[in-house]
Structure formats: structure tokens, C-alpha cells
Design a protein around this ligand. Sequence first.
Ligand code: NDP
Length: 433
Amino acid sequence: LQRNPGETEFHQAVREVLESLGPVLVKHPEYTERKIIERICEPERQIIFRVPWQDDKGQVQINRGFRVEFNSALGPYKGGLRFHPSVYLGIIKFLGFEQIFKNSLTGMPIGGGKGGSDFDPKGKSDDEIMRFCQSFMTELYRHLGEHTDVPAGDIGVGGREIGYLFGQYKRITNRYEAGVLTGKGLHYGGSLVRTEATGYGATYFVNEMLKARGESFEGKTCIVSGSGNVAIYTIEKIHELGGKCVACSDSNGVIYHQQGLDLELIKQLKEVERRRIKDYTEFHPDAKYVGNGNIWEIACQVAMPSATQNEINGNDAKKLINNGCMAVGEGANMPTTPEGIKVFLEAGIAYGPGKAANAGGVATSALEMQQNACRDSWSFEFTEKKLEEIMIGIHKACFETAEEYGYPGNYVVGANIAGFIKVANAMVAQGLI
Ligand code: NDP
């Protein structure tokens, strides 16, 4: 705490992992001897930089850019970029820290990192977004490389932003190094399924948790918070697997549609026209929009938080349980507060923490890197099958590790221990670096 004052979300993420690791440290004294815990909590490198850009009125604007290269024991730093006004070092460090264990769980050779800026893309013109991305990359490029550090998208960074960032990287370096960013457009090195991967993967993970309890999505009422990339493809896969998603949201309010959300309309509003979710009721007057509403008050059997950190607190968790929720799968990173997690674990519901449940996005990014490395592009079916296998594998690792360490059904402990051990072993093997 003293080393990192004010970094609240980072403290929260570290505490959540360390609380699970007691039994591992007892079993592996070499981790304590080699100070793995102290080392793993300290990023290998933190880069903070000025991002000057000009808005459409010709005014100069200044934002702050970040890239935290947290851990490269398993491979090049890998993790998204977030553009949101709430971004500061504590957010980037919590995301980077989580990313280390998530990436380890995927079984792919990728280390952990995260970056972003306090830039707010909302209300900006396309040209302003492009100028900002170009300025951001003008500093960041020197730290990147397909064998060094490979960013992707996150909140506020989708296909459009990755395109502008990639263009500027190529222009400055004079290298067509496709593997330096993931989430690229399909016509210039992107991978099929990357857009869908986090949402699809989270839904596959919940499906596995349900199966382990003799249940399925068939006929279940579900709610998904957010209406961005992760939320949209979570809703899509839930519908494919026979569930009915009745509500989603954005930072202004909640849409409830009892007959089931019209996903094609949501895609049109959010992905094509970049509008707000409240506009949904223009097309479906029978749906209800509640400004500043709390989505977790809506009764459901499966809840999939897919917006942002700390969106479910202890009271929200209690409401979900009282309304009959039996499974929670986190598409977002750290969406549940420590009090909320406690409620879920004590109630004994199937609770899939983000570092396991939403790992499908980064896993498919690693598949994109594989395709770039061999100048190949795989079919949708082939890539989706791989994603599904990876998610089944992550579920199995978390489930079995939780049992092995005496916490059956506790995916928090399972994910933290399974993710940690691989990284710790690699760090021991690579010496004091
Ligand atoms: P998007 O920017 O596409 O969408 C984010 C959604 O969450 C929007 O609906 C946004 O509403 C809402 N939201 C964001 N911040 C807040 C806030 N402070 N309060 C309320 N609502 C908010 O991002 P993604 O879908 O990519 O990311 C969503 C979550 O999933 C994040 O936690 C991210 O870290 C995580 N994640 C994403 C991955 C990916 O592949 N994209 C991979 C793994 C995890 P509004 O438009 O009003 O801001």
C-alpha cells in the first residue's frame, strides 16, 4: 500500500489474488525464497507519456498515456488499451496485474501488460479519434514489437482505433509488422472471431459451470450489463445456446425487454450508428428504459457483468441471489467488489471470475498472432472451435485446481492458483530478473 499510494483498484486486484495463494506458498517454499510475490506485484516497466493532439476547432488538447509492461515470464507483454476519462495508473495496473494470470490460464505463450489513456472518445469526431491515436502511437511505438509488447482493444478501443494505431505504427517504423497489435480489421491481418471472442468465450465458460451442475442455458433468463463489444457478443451466444437475455445497459441507463433483446437492433445502434442504448425504445415501444437504473435489480438466473470494474456491490449481489440467480460469469474485468464476491461464494452459486471467464478475448488475440506469424488466416468455424476448446480447458483447470487445494466449486481460488503457478515456475526458472 505504501509503495503504491492511491492506487485503489490495483490494491483490490492484488489482495484478491494474494488471499488465494496461502496453500501454494506452503507447498512451494521456493516461491517465498525467490520473493516471487514481491516481484510479481512490481511491474517490469511502467511508461507514462504526454499525448498532445488538436481538436476539430484547432485547439490543443493534452491527455496522459500509459503502458504498464507487467510480466514477461511466459511471453511478450499482451493486454489491451483502454481509452476512458477514468483511466489513471491504478486502473492500468489492476488490469495489467489481472492480465498476467488470465494470460497464463489460456495456456498460450503471452505475458501480461495493459495500457490506455484518460482520453474520452465519446462525442469526438472520426478525425479527432484518428489524430489522438496517431499522437498516442507516436510515443508508444518504440516500446512495442511482435516479440516485445502486443496491445489490443479494451473499453473505448475497438476496430476503428486499432486501425489508426496500426497505420501510425507502420508509418513510423516502415515495417508491416502485423503481429504488433491484435483486433485488426479482417482485410489487414485480423482474425475471424476476435470481435466475438470475449463475449462468446465468457458464455462458453458459464455454460461449462452450468454443465458441471447438471444445468444448461436452455430457457434461462439472463441479464448482461453494458452494450459494448463484450456485452453484444455475450448476448449473441446466450441466445444461440437457448437462453433469453432481457436486459443490457450503458453508463446512462438500463433497457429491459421482457420478450428478449433484439440483438440486431443493438448492433445497428451501437456498432454502426454509435448511438446510446436508450434509443432502443424508439424501435420497441414495449421495452422499458430506466435512466440511472440498476440492472442487478432485474430477476434472472444468469448474470453476466460486461461493462466495467466494481459494477456489482454487496447489495447488488444479495439482490441477484434473492431473485434466484444461479450463475454469474464476468465478461468485464473485476466487475464485482470484494463484498459482492463474498456474497456469491457464501451462497454457493457458480461464480466465474473475470480472469478466467473473459480470457477468450486475449486467447483469440494469441490465435491472431499465430496466424500473423505464419501469414495465414483461418476460417470462422476453425477459430471458434479453438476458442471453445480453450475455454473448456480454462474451466477444467480452475475446477480441478480448486478441488486439489480443498476449495471445490470455488473458481476464484482455482483461477488464481492455476494462473499463478505457471508464472511463478517460469520466474523461478529464469532467475533473478
Ligand atoms: P466497450 O467500450 O466496447 O463497451 C463498454 C460498455 O460498458 C459500454 O456499454 C459502456 O457504456 C459501459 N461502461 C464503460 N464504463 C462504464 C462505467 N464507468 N459505468 C457504466 N458503464 C460503463 O468495452 P468492452 O466491451 O471491450 O469492455 C467491457 C469490459 O470487458 C471491460 O471491463 C474490459 O476490460 C473487459 N474486457 C474486454 C475485452 C475485449 O476483448 N474487448 C477482453 C477482456 C475483458 P458507455 O458507452 O455509456 O460508456
